[in-house]
Design a protein around this ligand. Structure first.
Ligand SMILES: [Zn+2]
Length: 318
């Protein structure tokens, strides 16, 4: 059973996850988040993963749906928000970063006491989002901001160092192309949704991987790998988004470019040698609606296999 609290903070349910609200509540009541959850008879881990929303809503005397609109529900496999599905490793509060401008704006414009106004945005927990598309600023890690943030499940605490943050806000680089981030946040309901001819046909978790795979191939060519640190700074998500804006034709054009860079002659029985990892990945995606079928068909035609293969045959060149 949860008990009511005397000191409250103003919730921002459109953008703040329940754990962020609970952390501010805890701070205002002079407790750490683990102390607060213990006192309320809650599991801190469940709270972070979006499974204690009802209990926090009870403290406010409202229905959970009024407070938890920006809270991802994390299970072993998935991270869900509204109608969208991500994989559980698409979300991590441990890698959380902040947009210095969002925080500074909160302090200036939000209601309530100044020291409790700055709040976490749920999408700061998505590792694929590295830029704030609202302020066109790179997201900063806790180390960069000098904030007293301890990302340990038993020690979660927020204390943004505001003056230090204001100094940093002017030094971060301006981002060039934020359409990919805007698209992902649009689907999750944090920004206005934009249409995309290819990505709209896949669940969000797969759309993100498609963007990343295509972006990495574009950056690093044939054998580039999404795990490689040397391409992560260049935001493959954005590059992939731009390639896919041309529809499936964009993917085929990207494969042609890879083939030109490998300089390999046509070999319809070993297309990976010419077209690289991207080809293999696309060839082995489980069928989902008709999107990946269509991509495979276009690839088969490009490689020259169509004349040999029955429709639906999976290319086997992993
Ligand atoms: Zn921002």
């Amino acid at each position: 059973m949860t008990s009511k609290l005397g000191a409250r903070v103003i919730p921002f349910p459109e953008e703040e996850p329940i754990y962020g609200l609970a952390a501010r509540l805890a701070r205002k009541n002079g407790a750490s988040l683990p102390q607060f959850t213990r006192e309320q008879g809650l599991s801190c881990s469940e709270l972070l993963r979006g499974w204690a929303n009802q209990n926090i809503a009870e403290l406010y005397g409202v229905a959970a749906h009024e407070l938890d609109r920006a809270t991802f529900r994390i299970s072993d496999k998935n991270a869900r928000l509204r109608d969208e599905e991500l994989l559980s490793n698409d979300w991590s509060y441990r890698t959380q970063r902040i947009c210095a401008d969002c925080v500074c704006e909160d302090i200036e414009t939000c209601g309530g006491e100044e020291q409790y106004r700055a709040h976490v945005r749920a999408w700061w927990d998505l590792p694929c989002i590295t830029v704030c598309p609202i302020h066109e600023k790179r997201l900063l890690t806790a180390a960069e901001t000098d904030c007293a943030v301890v990302w340990d499940e038993t020690q979660v605490a927020y204390s943004f160092a505001f003056p230090a943050l204001a100094g940093i806000a002017t030094t971060i680089r301006r981002a060039e192309n934020l359409k990919a981030e805007s698209y992902v946040l649009g689907r999750l309901g944090f920004l206005r949704r934009t249409d995309h001819p290819v990505l709209d046909r896949a669940p969000l978790w797969r759309a993100i991987r498609l963007m990343e795979r295509v972006g990495v191939a574009k950056l690093g060519s044939a054998q580039a790998n999404t795990q490689k640190a040397d391409v992560s700074e260049d935001r493959p998500l954005s590059l992939g988004f731009a390639v896919l804006a041309d529809g499936i034709h964009g993917v085929i054009e990207c494969l042609r470019e890879i083939k030109r860079s490998t300089g390999r002659a046509d070999d319809e029985w070993a297309p990976r040698a010419s077209y690289g990892r991207l080809y293999s990945w696309l060839a082995h995606q489980e069928q989902e609606g008709s999107l990946f079928d269509e991509i495979r068909e276009a690839m088969q035609e490009e490689v020259g296999l169509a004349k040999y293969l029955r429709s639906g045959f999976t290319l086997c060149d992993r």
